[in-house]
Design a protein around this ligand. Structure first.
Ligand code: GLN
Ligand code: ZN
Length: 787
């Protein structure tokens, strides 16, 4: 029996503390002769990470191998399950240290000439995206593991504590899609054969432990019987086989199954008798009544009721996906309570992939040591784990005592700070009533808006952003670096806005936008202007592939010192007689794409954001706005993974949108936008938002979402996207005509809007102009047909 390590982190990022992998990847994609540099960078990053974790004193060190894009995609590579269409790429035989399949790997990840990429989607309820495996009943998994095993063998020779981490077979198949409608689990036996061989080979490199990640086991695994079937039963059988395969050949190597993002108790119940050695559980996410809440915590004694003590528990007590410093005394209580029942290791609740590498050297904190003292990024979290493990082992020293005291003091300073608790903000939130969240009935609004914004049926508009040209990005960068002053910057942006308005008039769109040239990002732009929010200098987190985001930190009560968008709007509106939409980011999206305070319920924080948006709407209306769009692309992303939490979530998220928009008079037309098409589950909630017009993604699946809209009896304006902006292709007229006709079957002409799927900031002007010409012409032709 392997003995359990006492401290670790659940997983690590791949992008590098200064986005080194991003830079090497983009260089390689532009110039394939730089493969040596790419493989060396990946190797150096994993080695440095292991060294740093090792220095902290962790007794087991998560190691993802040299991963070049995404961990799910790494498994696709290991199992030789790339889609058929990338097999045109032969093995990469250049001796540059990259795996033989690397050209297929990148072609499947990013697409290539004539070859569409794999679908990409959000990893559970995070903002990280994985590549969706594309399988069919004739897929034949075949292990291609030399590259990975060799990597681990090299790493373990330098650092014997490393523990290879891979996405496990159940989660892999549960997240896969098939092209022939078959169930991905038909491949389970063959896939498990590959895993059995793989873990045996990994054990032969001398590693003490191997980790398979199964986050799917912490969601409602049996909630969708059709797709998931009895995932539980499959998981149990699978891990019996894998544990036996490993232990027959390597009885001293441990197998740990890691869950996260939900309650691990079901996984414990399922897997504790299968022969695995330990199970990793998230003891942060749902220890309170919602993710990220200061509510009553489950008492340490009541955690993991199913655990009988026969296997070890890797206890995720340090939050792996948020950036707050851990309350060490509270975490220690959990560890101690569990320790009285069996073997326990201290860990993070999730992979450190989701948080920036380190606070050290982030210049944004130079002038704000107070905020810095409240936080822990990846490296600091590893330090917290190490401290907890030593405390749990009974060690006592002045250093450890000081660490606990500092953590308590940081918490107290946060609780008592005027920056986190403003009496004015709090009394305003406390005074909110239902009527603040309620506009006049739709009938009243509809007739008021007929006069305030007279529009033809099938009105045309866009979602907000127009191409972010390099000229725009350069002007923003020059302003940020002080190379141009405020006035020169304003002039540069006004020139862009004027150009954008002129082009829209030329195109003949009915409702115009200013184009969002001044916005680096739809959340960051607002966060930089609000008190209670902090933007880091180097807090990068991988979003997908080489794309990284720098989520701002929402740490305190939200105050809007002045209007945030009114000048740009007013300038744009002054240039045209057509209505220009005011553009805002909704409260839920502001939260979803930030690191959010964990000392109060998310709903309270969302209401604070809603109130500043409400004030912004009032200011926009005063400046002449007739139409205001409040984007909520992330409403679905934050939806809890377990059924019994969904109702609460929908109540506060919808409530915050209604609070933001509830002050708008009947003649102000409120739009919202969401960019996904799996609408069905949320249709009631979307109806409850009570927006006058909702634009949604629809082009890619041929308007299927409208069936749900029709069944629901949705009566207000709706704009199903008729141009899939995620592709650079200009749609043909015939295609758009068909989509418009399909839409007209479910939506009356008066309620139907014609618009693209999403914002256009990633597109170029050429395809944008050509596509919008098609869209406007299709709308006009449909109006003519209707008469
Ligand atoms: N208004 C935003 C834009 O057009 C909306 C972006 C989004 O939906 N993600 O860019
Ligand atoms: Zn969108």
């Amino acid at each position: 029996m392997p003995t359990l390590f006492d401290s670790t982190v659940a997983g690590v990022g791949r992008i590098g503390p200064n986005r080194e992998l991003k830079k090497a990847l983009e260089k390689f994609w532009a110039d394939p002769s730089t493969g040596r540099e790419l493989s060396a960078t990946a190797q150096r990053l994993t080695r440095e990470l292991s060294e740093n974790l090792g220095k902290n004193g962790l007794s087991s060190i998560a190691h993802a191998g040299r991963s070049y894009y995404d961990a799910v995609h790494d498994v696709t590579a290991l199992l030789g399950l790339f889609p058929q269409r990338v097999r045109v790429f032969a093995d990469h035989t250049i001796d540059d240290g990259l795996p033989g399949h690397i050209d297929r790997y990148f072609a499947a990840a990013r697409g290539a000439q004539g070859i569409p990429a794999l679908a990409m989607t959000k990893w559970f309820d995070t903002n990280y995206h994985y590549l969706v495996p594309e399988l069919s009943s004739v897929s034949q998994p075949e292990l291609d593991a030399e590259w990975f095993v060799a990597d681990i063998a090299d790493a373990v020779a330098v650092e014997p504590r490393i523990r290879p981490v891979l996405v496990g077979p159940i989660t892999y198949l549960a997240l896969a899609r098939t092209t022939d409608g078959s169930c991905p689990f038909e491949l389970l036996d063959a896939v498990v054969d590959c895993y059995a061989e793989l873990i045996t080979r990994l054990a032969a490199t001398g590693v003490g432990w191997i980790q398979l990640d199964e986050p799917i086991l912490a969601t409602d695994i049996d909630a969708d019987p059709e797709r998931a079937g009895a995932i539980g039963g499959k998981a149990e059988k699978t891990y019996r086989r894998l544990a036996a395969a490993l232990h027959d050949s390597h009885p001293d190597t441990g197998l740990v199954v890691q869950t996260y993002f939900g309650d691990g108790n079901a996984a414990v119940e399922l897997l504790q008798d299968t022969g695995i050695d330990a199970l990793g559980v998230d003891l942060v996410t749902y220890r309170t009544d919602e993710r990220c809440s200061a509510g009553e915590k489950t008492s340490p004694e009541q955690l993991l009721p199913a655990w009988k003590g026969g296997i070890g528990i890797v206890a995720g007590v340090v939050d792996g996906r948020n950036i707050w410093r851990t309350d060490l005394s509270d975490a220690l209580e959990v560890i101690e309570a569990l320790k009285s029942r069996g073997e326990v290791a201290v860990s993070t609740s999730a992979s450190l992939l989701h948080v920036p590498y380190t606070l050290a050297g982030d210049s944004s904190f130079d002038t704000d040591p107070e905020l810095k003292s409240w936080l822990a990024f990846g490296a600091e979290k590893a330090g917290e784990v190490a401290v907890l493990a030593r405390l749990a082992a009974g060690e006592s020293s002045a250093e450890l005592e000081a660490a606990v005291q500092e953590s308590t003091a940081a918490r107290a300073s946060r609780t008592n700070s005027g920056r986190t608790h403003s009496a004015t903000v709090r009394s305003r939130v406390a005074a909110v009533t239902d009527s603040d969240r309620t506009r006049q009935p739709w009938q009243v609004r509809r007739s008021a808006q007929k006069t305030s914004v007279p529009l033809p049926p099938l009105a045309t508009t866009t979602i907000g952003s127009f191409p972010q040209t390099s000229q725009i990005r350069q002007a923003r960068a020059a302003h940020r670096n002080g190379k141009i002053d405020d006035r020169a910057y304003r002039e540069a942006m006004e020139k862009e806005i004027a150009d954008c308005i002129a082009r829209q008039e030329e195109l003949g769109l009915d409702v115009l936008v200013h184009g969002e040239a001044e916005r680096n990002d739809m959340v960051q732009y607002f966060s930089e202007q609000l008190h209670g929010y902090h933007a880091t200098a180097n807090g990068w987190v991988q979003s997908y592939g080489s794309r990284c985001v720098r989520p701002p930190i929402l740490y305190g009560d939200i105050v809007r010192p002045e209007a945030m968008t009114v000048d740009w709007f007013a300038f744009a509106q002054s240039l045209t007689d057509k209505p220009v939409k005011g553009m805002l980011t909704g409260p839920v999206t502001m939260l979803a794409w930030s690191f959010v305070r964990d000392d109060q319920p998310l709903g309270d924080t969302a209401d604070q954001v809603a109130l500043v948006l409400r004030d912004e709407i009032a200011d926009l209306v005063a400046a002449g706005a007739k139409i205001i769009q409040v984007d909520e692309p992330a409403i679905r992303e934050l939806l809890p993974l377990v059924k019994d939490r969904k109702g609460d979530y929908l109540a506060w998220s919808v409530g915050s949108f209604r609070l933001a928009t509830g002050g708008a008079a009947p003649e102000t037309q409120i739009h919202t936008h969401m960019c996904y098409s799996e609408f069905n589950e949320l249709i009631d909630a979307i109806d409850d938002l009570d927006a006058d017009v909702t634009s949604i993604e629809a082009a890619r699946n041929g308007m299927q979402v409208l069936a749900a809209v029709k069944d629901h009896g949705y009566s207000r304006g709706i704009g199903p996207g008729v141009w899939d902006i995620h592709s650079p292709r200009v749609p043909d007229r015939g295609e758009v005509d068909e989509l418009v006709d399909a839409a007209l079957e479910s939506v009356p002409a008066e309620a139907l809007w014609i618009n693209p799927d999403c914002g256009l900031k990633t597109r170029g002007w050429e395809e944008t102009t050509a596509s919008l010409e098609v869209l406007v012409a299709a709308a006009q032709a449909a109006r003519d047909r209707l008469q």
